[in-house]
Design a protein around this ligand. Structure first.
Ligand SMILES: Cc1ncc(COP(=O)(O)O)c(C=O)c1O
Length: 409
């Protein structure tokens, strides 16, 4: 595709104006919104108000006056719209890892006679680690962590929970949520989906697919900022039965009654634990406003066009310099990222970043490019491939400083 044709795509992009709602450093092509989303322009002003007026001036009164206490539900409701849930089925709280711990314990309790947790061996490690911790805590569970093509066969009448991340963080492989949820249910198991790489990237249909539980991140495609609160979803049918084993006062039926005995709230609040982190919750709350008038189907169309264009433009480069595409080309199986395996992936990515194109690296040998449709242009894709071509043609990656491993890759 020619540069002129690519520029024409930007001119007819229905999401083009959204880019203006983000802070984008001059000259930077940011292909890491799947790890940490850009800063929405509305956030600094809102935080300034929350800090100066609400915290600085109104102080403790702000819990009621400015609705601090409602923030987890308010933010949850905004996220619910993006993931096919009802407003009162989602709450923002804690981190994805902690939320997974909470919903996994709740789900296992709903299947007391079953002892198997099924997951993908390539699932994001925190998901597998949480399952290991839960299994140690409870004792007597089998963790059936298998390859993707073995998942269906791994489900049986003893499976308590199927626990998957919808988009593989390394390869960008997109699971068939409808099919796997149905197969798990046919065996009598419950499902938990991790939406870390889904929420805000494309439409998710939790209720349409009758999903039981879900968790996800606030700092990736939702642009809530570093360490933003995560979210969790509990289908309405499970809400009264999902026991909150991390039974903190914020999940109590009446937190301000200060009674000694724990009684869980009847709604989704029961899965919150302690005082919400108001500042980061406020940042996420303001960040989510960029989605207010956005049709997620349009976001999906653009995402597929962006990733498709990247794969197409990369083809000659991949062949010449040994980049092996590990992301499915099939639209129905592709999330919003594109990844390649390359033996020198780490220094190649560092060299590319030094050229103003930011992606990231995932061990052992994956270079990863995330495509956030709200702020990326088609010319950015063209530019990124051009820069990578330069990095390879001029051997820029061979500079020893690019091989020094940083703590965060
Ligand atoms: C699939 C998935 N789950 C969870 C996490 C992180 O969880 P936490 O927010 O608890 O650090 C990530 C982070 O990249 C992820 O990719």
């Amino acid at each position: 595709m020619t540069l002129e044709a690519i520029q024409a795509l930007d001119r007819s992009d229905p999401l083009a104006a959204k880019r203006e709602e983000f802070v984008i450093p001059e000259g930077l092509v940011y292909l890491d919104g799947n790890s940490l989303g850009l800063l929405p322009r509305a956030v600094p002003g809102h935080l300034e108000k929350v800090v100066q007026q609400q915290w600085g001036h109104d102080l403790i009164r702000s819990w009621n006056l400015h609705g601090w206490v409602e923030l987890p539900l308010q933010v949850g409701a905004k996220i619910a719209r993006l993931i096919g849930a009802e407003a009162d089925e989602v709450v923002a709280a804690d981190s994805t890892s902690v939320n997974l711990f909470k919903v996994l314990l709740a789900a296992l309790r709903l299947r007391p006679n079953r002892r198997i947790i099924v997951s993908d061996i390539d699932n994001f490690p925190t998901d597998l680690y949480i399952a290991q911790g839960v299994s140690r805590l409870l004792g007597g569970y089998e963790l059936r962590f298998v390859q993707k093509d073995q998942i269906e066969a791994a489900l049986d009448q003893q499976t308590a929970v199927l626990m998957l991340t919808e988009v593989d963080y390394r390869t960008g492989y997109l699971y068939d949520m409808a099919r796997l949820t149905r197969l798990a249910h046919e065996k009598g198991a419950l499902v938990i989906w991790d939406l870390a790489h889904s929420a805000g990237a494309f439409p998710v249909h939790l209720n349409q697919h009758r999903v039981d539980f879900a968790v996800g991140c606030g700092y990736k495609y939702l642009n809530g900022g570093p360490g933003a609160p995560a979210f969790l979803f509990v289908a309405r049918q499970h809400q009264r039965a999902a026991f909150p084993f991390l039974s903190g006062w914020m999940g109590h039926q009446a937190p301000f009654a200060f009674v000694p005995e724990y009684v869980a709230a009847e709604d989704i609040r029961r899965l919150t634990v302690g005082t919400p982190s108001v500042l980061s919750m406020s940042a996420l709350d303001a960040a989510l406003e960029v989605f207010a008038n956005v049709d997620m189907e349009v976001v999906r169309q653009k995402s597929l066009q962006l990733t498709g264009l990247f794969i197409e433009l990369m083809e000659p480069l991949a062949a010449r310099y040994g980049f092996e595409l590990v992301t499915p080309t099939l639209h129905t199986r592709r999330g919003s990222q594109v990844s390649y395996r390359h033996p020198q992936g780490y220094p190649v990515m560092q060299a590319l970043i030094s050229q103003g194109v930011v992606g990231d690296f995932r061990a052992p040998d994956i270079v990863r490019f995330g495509f956030a449709p709200l702020y990326l242009r088609f010319v950015d894709v063209w530019y990124a491939v051009n820069r990578l071509e330069q990095v390879m043609r001029q051997d820029l990656w061979k500079d020893p400083r690019f091989s020094q491993r940083a703590k965060v890759t």
